[in-house]
Design a protein around this ligand. Structure first.
Ligand code: GLY
Length: 355
């Protein structure tokens, strides 16, 4: 049998972006997913490439900046391979900041907020609490379509509905057991996100789901929003082109609810109320969709990127920034798998840390 060089568990945006990068470098790659590719957190996300979000952990910044710089090349490559374009929907974010936390507002421009302030009462009342960021957003569902088309255009062996029963090291290799076969790649990468296939010893950092409920509304015609509005507790992300142009995504709750993806009307109403407080023009916006996703969080809020044993690696736990961090994660993990020094220091993200 013809075995892959590298077997990846999890066909979310992290697993598939890594598969593409490894394939580009000449590896034979197999990706196994217990369900459908890109159908969980990668599909549920809002799509903000929020490298400068002051609420992100500082430790993420170098990886975030690298990923932001890789994004145009990443989506061009998806288009070249699979023929599906991924437009940027916005290029600016109006961000609430805490002026007392100056260290978290690097690179931001304080705003002279007219005429937007007429639409945002809070901005009008407290302009010093908002800054404009150069930040792009994508529609993760368009990204998923493009990524899947790109992967399918390569020789990557992508298998849906193929749960992994067991992964174990053996002399000179590693075994990946499914219900119907045992693969023996030279290396294995766990990209299963919240599902955490890799058993971590007690006290060591681990991944876990963190639920986010969200909704989408049809924006009033009199209020064409072309930028993201984000506070510490809510974001409003407009889709400005394609089939969903004129909609805005409003999110999100942050809940420890295990793997439950129930959407509760009371939580959706709370999100709507907060969004309307910020942008009163949303009061009459028609609700078109509600959903919940499971963010791949970790016990200390940082991703797990690195080696668990000689042939077993992990890239998971990107929490609120998986869409942003996918291209850089693919590059640094491919470097690690090739035995090279990753271009971003990954020591803070070691899966062997306590957490
Ligand atoms: N990245 C958006 C969220 O986690 O809700």
């Amino acid at each position: 049998m013809d075995y892959p060089d590298i077997c990846i568990a999890g066909a979310g945006i992290i697993g598939l972006s890594l598969a593409l990068e490894l394939h580009r470098q000449g590896s034979r790659v197999t990706v196994l997913d217990q369900g459908e590719p890109l159908s969980e957190a990668s599909w549920a996300a809002a799509g903000m490439l929020a490298a400068d979000d002051p609420d992100n952990p500082q430790e993420l910044y170098p990886l975030s900046v690298l990923s932001r710089s890789l994004y145009p090349g990443f989506i061009n490559r998806l288009f070249d391979l699979g023929g599906v374009a991924v437009p940027f929907h916005t290029s600016t974010t109006l961000q609430e900041v805490n002026p007392d936390r100056a260290e978290n507002t690097r690179g931001l421009t304080l705003l002279a907020p007219e005429p937007l302030s007429l639409l945002l009462p809070q901005l009008h009342a407290e302009p010093h609490r908002f800054v404009l960021l150069d930040e792009h957003s994508v529609n993760p569902r368009e990204l998923a379509q493009a990524l899947l088309a790109a992967v399918r255009a390569t020789g990557i062996d992508l298998r849906s509905h193929t749960p992994i029963r067991m992964v174990r090291s053996r002399s000179g290799g590693i075994e990946v057991h499914t219900s119907s076969e045992i693969l023996t790649p030279s290396r294995f990468v766990d990209c299963t996100g919240a599902w955490g296939l890799t058993a971590m010893p007690p006290g060591q950092v681990r991944t876990m789901p963190r639920k986010g409920q969200m909704l989408a509304v049809e924006l009033p015609r009199s209020f064409p929003l072309h930028l993201v509005v984000r506070t510490h507790s809510i974001y409003i992300v407009p889709r400005t082109t394609g089939a969903h142009a004129g909609r805005a995504v409003i999110g999100a709750t942050v809940e420890d609810a295990g793997f439950d993806k129930t959407v509760y009307p009371s939580e959706i109403a709370r999100l709507r109320a907060r969004a309307t407080e910020l942008l009163p023009a949303l009061a009459d916006a028609v609700e078109v969709e509600t959903w919940a996703g499971l963010r791949p969080s970790s016990s200390d809020g940082l991703p797990l990127l690195g080696q668990v044993s000689e042939r077993h690696f992990i890239a998971a736990g990107h929490y609120r920034n998986g869409i942003l961090l996918a291209p850089a994660t693919a590059v640094v993990m491919a470097q690690l798998l090739a035995g090279q020094k990753p271009q971003v220091d990954l020591s803070r993200f070691s899966p062997m840390r306590r957490g």
